[in-house]
Design a protein around this ligand. Structure first.
Ligand code: NIG
Ligand code: FE
Length: 418
């Protein structure tokens, strides 16, 4: 028996259809359907049309009606394609020290930084990590996020990385959002590893990668290319092995210094993320490639540094995604809608470009071709906002939240119900 649901009437449905994956987008390219209904079949969009028309067409069909009172607009469920929401502890002390004038390096030397979170994450049990992920995922859901990527990278040994990736899988099994896991064992050389960077990376690729494949714990491999993390020479054999084994590649690139985006292009990565330090050379390189550029405004806001040159990336013809980077160190806020709206203001992005960056372009950065747009055959993942004009959403810079969120046609969050 098919599950049929009709939701409406909706003042506007912003479908995100007909917009290319790369390059600038003007607001008049947005396709809006007014006075619309969304008809879902078994979790997928079956059709979007005038509500009255759908109602009359379906009058003799056994369909569940979700009838809305007042004005609502509908946007595709947001996709947050870069987070680190699996971690133990807090780095509130780092934040205070940074704002008091210490550098990232000084803080790391005084016991803060990524290594601090590694120690706190290693102390946590898998169950405790799952609880942390779910607490943070709930915050993302309230923002309209229906698919979320989550990285490991605070375990930094075969066993501890496995604990993190199992926690992410467990969270996925217990929560209606889709969690897409990524192995970030190449986050930094763990301080307790007795050997070189290449020895550490060989151990991970030899011992961890086969388990990830066998137990379906991750299909994506990430690496932090930066001074104090890994360089191109160290990472080349590691990424070569990952590609040979069929993993998709994504890179933490050009955050403080350049180099990472060239590695991303060389390995035909699905995305290069951060790019705050990218110059016109890296922007051109990315724009000419198939690598999706991902801006992480939450890291700029958390560290107090410049934003990714998003306008230049789009104008060069690149694909621009916006993700939260939610993590305990550089991006503790974790509010994608606020961050995307602020990036739009600071970088002069059209509302269409911002929305593309958190919907279908973000889905493409995770190689998910089945979501991020509202059209026939796509996941019925969407959020409703209590307004008649979708421009109100970004205008309110994140303070205006969805009133309802649907995942595969099911209401999974209702602001008015506890
Ligand atoms: O994306 N840049 C490297 N990794 C994270 C920060 C991790 C941390 O500080 O805990 C990032 O910003
Ligand atoms: Fe990150």
């Amino acid at each position: 028996m098919k599950e049929l649901i009709l939701i409406g009437p909706l003042s506007q449905v912003i479908t995100m259809t007909g917009i290319p994956l790369k390059g600038p987008v003007s607001d008049n390219q947005l396709q809006l359907i007014e006075d619309a209904g969304i008809f879902c079949e078994d979790g997928l969009v079956k059709s979007i049309d005038k509500y009255k028309k759908l109602l009359s067409e379906l009058k003799d069909v056994d369909v569940q009606l979700i009838q809305l009172e007042g004005n609502h607009i509908c946007l595709p469920g947001f996709v947050d394609s870069h987070t680190h929401i699996c971690f133990g502890g807090s780095r509130a002390r780092d934040y205070a020290m940074r704002n008091a004038g210490k550098t990232y390096l000084e803080i790391a030397e005084e016991g803060g930084g990524i290594w601090d979170t590694v120690q706190q994450t290693r102390k946590a049990t898998q169950k405790e990590l799952v609880r942390g992920i779910l607490k943070r995922a709930k915050q993302h859901l309230k923002n309209g996020v229906t698919t979320i990527e989550v990285k490991s990278g605070y375990g930094l040994s075969v066993e501890e990385e496995l604990k993190m990736l199992k926690a992410i899988k467990e969270a996925d099994n217990h929560y209606p959002l889709d969690f897409i896991s990524t192995c970030l064992a190449a986050h930094m050389l763990p301080r307790d590893f007795n050997g070189s960077s290449s020895e550490y990376l060989s151990e991970i690729s030899d011992q961890l990668f086969p388990i990830l494949k066998k137990d379906k714990l991750a299909n994506r491999v990430d690496a932090f290319i930066e001074k104090g993390a890994f360089n191109e020479a160290d990472i080349t054999p590691y990424l070569t092995k990952a590609v040979e084994m069929g993993f998709d590649i994504t890179i933490h690139a050009d955050q403080f210094s350049v180099g990472g985006s060239a590695v991303a292009v060389k390995f035909n990565a699905v995305s290069a993320d951060h790019l705050e330090a990218s110059t016109s050379y890296e922007i051109e390189l990315l724009a000419k490639s198939n690598v999706i550029a991902t801006a992480l405004p939450g890291a700029s806001l958390g560290l107090g540094c410049n934003f990714t040159p998003a306008r230049k990336i789009l104008d060069a013809g690149g694909s621009l995604v916006i993700a939260s980077d939610h993590n305990p160190g550089s991006a503790p806020m974790g509010d994608l809608l606020t961050q995307a709206a602020i990036l739009g203001t600071m970088e002069k992005l059209t509302n269409a470009e911002v929305l593309a960056g958190i919907t279908f372009r973000a889905a493409a950065a995770l190689k998910l071709a089945n979501r991020g747009k509202l059209q026939q055959g796509y996941f019925a993942d969407f959020s409703l906002f209590h307004t008649s004009d979708f421009n109100e959403v970004l205008y309110n810079q994140g303070s205006f939240k969805p009133c309802m969120v649907f995942k595969k046609g099911k209401l999974i969050y209702d602001k008015h119900k506890p």
